[in-house]
Design a protein around this ligand. Sequence first.
Ligand code: GDP
Length: 592
Amino acid sequence: MAENPKIRTPIVCVMGHVDHGKTSLLDRIRGSSVVSSEAGAITQHIGATIVPIEAIRTMSGSMGKVPINIPGLLFIDTPGHHAFTTLRARGGALADMAILVVDINQGFQPQTIEALQILRNCKTPFVIAATKIDRIHGWRVNENESFISSFNKQNERVKGDVENKTYEIVGKLSELDFSADRFDRVADFQRNLAIVPLSAHTGEGIPDLLLIMIGLAQRYMSDELKLLVEGPGAGTVLEVKEERGLGTTLDVILYDGTLAVGDEIAVATQVDVVVTKVRSLLKPRPMQEILTEDRFERVKSVAAAAGIKVTAPNLEGVIAGSPFFVIRGNRDEVTEKIKREMTEIHVNLAEEGIVIKADTIGALEALCKELESKEIGVMRAEVGPVSRLDLVETETIKNPAFRVLLSFNTPLLPDAAEIIKDPLYTQVKVFEGKVIYQLIDQYVEWRDEQKRLMEKQRFEHVVMPAKIRLLPDCVFRQSNPAVVGVRVLGGKLRSDVNLIKLDGKKVGHLKTMQLRQESIREADEGLEVAISIEGATVGRQVSVGDDLFVDIPERHVKVLEKEMLKTLNTSTQEVLAEFTAMRRKTDPFWGK
Ligand code: GDP
C-alpha cells in the first residue's frame, strides 16, 4: 500500500450568513446521496455525509466524464464557521475545503465577510454557492439540471438578472481582494474563486457545485489527501453525546488512518488527556431499517475519512473539538501531542498588544490572524470566559491604546462584568462580539478616536504663534503688573505665555487678557484687548508702539511645524515663519 497511497475523501464544511441556505444546501446534497443508494453506493455516517463519486457522476450525467480518483466528498453536517473553527486537525482547520453560501438576492452580509476572512487565514480552498436562484423573478425551474443548461432555457431578462447579481458578488469579492468569476468562466481555479449559482430547493446547479469541488480537490490538494489507510487513526471530536444504553459517546470525524474496536485511543478533557480502549464503533442505520432494529449498526473498523460514533469507558469530560488519536505503542508521544494541540496557538504573540479571549482555540486563531493582518499586536490570547483576573492583568499594560480586551463568543464572568461597570476600578476597555471583523472594527474605531482625543489634548498645550502691538494711550498701569492695550497683528494670542521683542529680548509674562472687561483665553488677529504683563515696566522693557512676539519654546515649534502646520490659518503660519526666521538668524537649525 505504501508505494501506492490511497486518496482519502476530502472533508468539506459549509459556511455563510444565517438564513442564506446552508442547511437547505446540505439537506439537498444529503438527499442526493441517499438517492444514489439505489446504485449501492450509500454510506451512512455520524455527523457527516459522504457523497460518493458514483452519486456525483450519476447527477452530473455527461459532465461527469473527467477521470476522477477522489472517492467522494465528506460534508460535515453542522454548517457555520463555529464548526469550522472548532474542528481542528494538525493545528489547522479540519475541513480541507469549504462552500461559502451567499444568497444571490441578498448578497454579502456580515457573516459572509467573516467566513471569507477565516477561509483566507486558514488558506482553505473554497467555492461560492450563490443560492436561491429559483427566487429570481421569472425563473423557470428545471429540476436538478446543471446550471448552464437551466440558465440557457431562461428568457433574456432573467439571464440579465442572474448576470447582474453574479457581478455584484464578483465586485464585493474584488473589494476584499479576491478575484472571482462565474465557474464556467474560470480558467485557473487556483487563482480565481468560482461562483456557482444554484438552488437548494430545485437542485439546479448542484451537480456543477459538486463537480467543481471534486476538480479543486483533485487538482490542487492531492498531496494533502494522500493517505496510508493502514496508519493509526487520527481525527477530531465533533460532539460528545449521552446515548441511551451506551453512556457517553464520541462522534468523531476520522481524517486519517484506521480505527478498530479494541484500539487504544487518546482524547482531551478540559484538564487532561484520557487514554481508553474502543468498545464499539457505530454507524447510523439507513432510515428504513431503524424501525425494526437498533438505531446503530456496529462495525469492526473504519478508514478515513469517516464520521463514526465511538463508545469506550471514561469518556466523561471529553470536549468537542478535541484531537482524537489511535495509540500504537507511542502513548507518551500521543498524549504530548494532544496537550500541545489543546494549548498551542499557532499565531505570533507580540511584545506589545491587546488581550483576546475566545471560546475555542480555532476561533482564537482566526481572530488573532485577522488582527495580525491589520497590524494589531496581540500580547495574550486565551480560551475561556473573561474573568476578573484577565482584567487585572490587562490593566497592567502600559500603553492605553492596548489596555483592551476583545472577547469573542465567550461570556464575561459575573465578577468581571461587575468591575467593568466601574471606571474607578478598571480602565480596561472590553469589546464583546460574535462576528470577528465587527469586533475588530469596534476596537479600531475606538482606538482611532482615542488617538484623535490625545492629539487634540496635546495640541491644546502647544504655545501658539502671535504678534501684537502696544497701542498708544492705552497704558492702564505702568508695572506690577503692567496693564496695556494691544492689537493682535497676526496669529492667535493666548494668555499665560511669555512675550519677547522682535529681536528676541525678554519682556515679561502675559498673565491675563480682557475684552470689554471680560476675561478671555484667546484672541484672534485684528482684536484689540487689554493684557497684564508680569515682570515688565512700561517705558523700560516695553514702550508704546512696540511690536512683540509670543515666545514659543523650541519643542513646541517642532510640533507646530511638523504636525500642526496644516491646521493653522495663514496669518498664524506667517507669524510662525517670522518668529522662526528671527530665531534661526543665530542658529539655522533652531527648532528643526
Ligand atoms: P441557514 O440558516 O443558512 O442554514 O439557512 P436555511 O437553509 O435554514 O434557509 C433559510 C431559508 O431560506 C429557509 O426558509 C429555506 O427554505 C430558504 N431557502 C434556502 N435555500 C433556498 C433556495 O435555494 N431557494 C429558495 N427559494 N429558498 C431557499
